[in-house]
Design a protein around this ligand. Sequence first.
Ligand code: PEP
Length: 259
Amino acid sequence: MDSASAKANKAAAKLVVGNWKLHGSLAANAELLARLLASPVLAQGRAVTAVCVPFPYLAQCQQLLGGSPLAWGAQDVSAEINGAFTGEVSAPMIGEFGSSYVLVGHSERRAYHGETDALVAAKTGRVLAAGMTPIVCVGETLAQRDAGQTDAVVERQLGAVLAALDVPQAARIVVAYEPVWAIGTGKTATREQAQAVHERLRAQLAAKGGEVAAVKILYGGSVKPDNAADLFAMPDIDGGLIGGASLKAEDFLAICGAA
Ligand code: PEP
């Protein structure tokens, strides 16, 4: 990353996004969201904040979070817009509930649902076309890291998405680097390990076009209140994608406060 884009990027607010995964109920969500909104942390606006929730709870988020500093979105999207695709949920449907963000290519989707780079690229395009921000997740497994393939894997995953977008579209994405071995395991990449990958991803974004260099790159993988500030202090870490800790109000608030 050149120093000008590094400075511009550093000056921008961090983005902290919770991924609730397959958790929640109307009652539990209402309590969690009320506790988040009751705190001054989100209103201070030092970080841009959002939660990505299971599809059925988008309406609840729209009702409870409308007009608040906490944005919301979904964890997946169909690559199709409509038709005979039973069980799918399209980007325009997600957008109808006031959603701002959609996760695409989360490692759990890639691992358990066989999502390919091409499918992730198609989903990214659908989210952009519906006027929302795709959070494109990339990351290597432990075996790939041990084999020295980390850079090649994440560059292939991001490259497939960038190849399908023009420069203005690419400038509207968010990238989340999530080493698979650090998700839900309690093992966090060291801030140096994370920064090294983020720097490579930044260079890849910059090569697409000047304005793409400012795309936010989040780190995800066992981010907790006690490691968030350290990670967020790195020059190419623009915020976090938070799984388990986003289900506990005090932990999510502490992470947002560290941003
Ligand atoms: C995630 O689900 O994207 C994630 C990073 O999970 P955790 O924070 O629990 O590792």
